[in-house]
Design a protein around this ligand. Sequence first.
Ligand SMILES: *[C@@H]1O[C@H](CO)[C@@H](O)[C@H](O)[C@H]1NC(C)=O
Length: 271
Amino acid sequence: MFRLSNNLVGILNFITFLLSVPILGAGIWLSHRASTDCEKFLEKPLIALGVFLMVVSLAGLIGACCRVSWLLWVYLLVMFLLIVLLFCFTIFAFVVTNKGAGEVVSGRGYKEYRLGDYSNWLQKRVNNTKNWNRIKSCLYDSKVCQSLTEKVDETVEQFYKEQLSSIQSGCCKPSDVCGFTYVSPTNWTSTNGATYTNSDCSLWSNDPSVLCYNCQACKAGVLDNLKRDWKKVAVINIIFLVFLIIVYSIGCCAFRNNREDNAQPRWKPYP
Ligand SMILES: *[C@@H]1O[C@H](CO)[C@@H](O)[C@H](O)[C@H]1NC(C)=O
């Protein structure tokens, strides 16, 4: 008997299965050549996602095409949990990234960022040393401050007009309130013997591998960037959620078909 929903679930899961192969491959490839903490940090989620997609799509594929009801049931349960989880995650991330914004400083092309302006939950995440070291290693990898370090001849007037990203403003230069003297964008001299109310001022170093990477302003810059990225991720999430709900509904039809087919005898022993 021709069953549209079974075939659709089969095809969709076959595509998902094909998709999981390069994801898993990328994760395994990364685990062999990862040299920085940032890459090592990415390899585990990639492998986990690849394995998860592979197992779930195989369950759906075999369950729908070979009419294995219990496999299809497991598949639907996982899909249901995934929908609930994704829904909760989307709402939670909206709440958490709602608070906080950069502060305009007069006469500057860039804004300044304060960690205290962002949600407590996010503050705790970046204040955790282990988390912060991982994020910091990704910042080093992406060379956020390199373009500024290279501008050794830039005058202070030119620098103040720069439109720095939130991460560059927080991590690559000392805070405005420190009142350091400008030499180049990543080279500043502090006044001898000055005491600072802002702890970021004493954390600043002209060493290109230190700069303000340990500053609260840098953490705030990262959170501001996350906040802006989140809006894009949320749109993708909602599209993905609609897609999952459609697949789930088709999967439910296939499950019902399986049960109906299994309940009807395929051949009659006694005609
Ligand atoms: C910063 O500038 C001073 C004065 O020009 C120079 O002596 C020093 O080497 C520079 N530091 C770095 C890290 O470039």
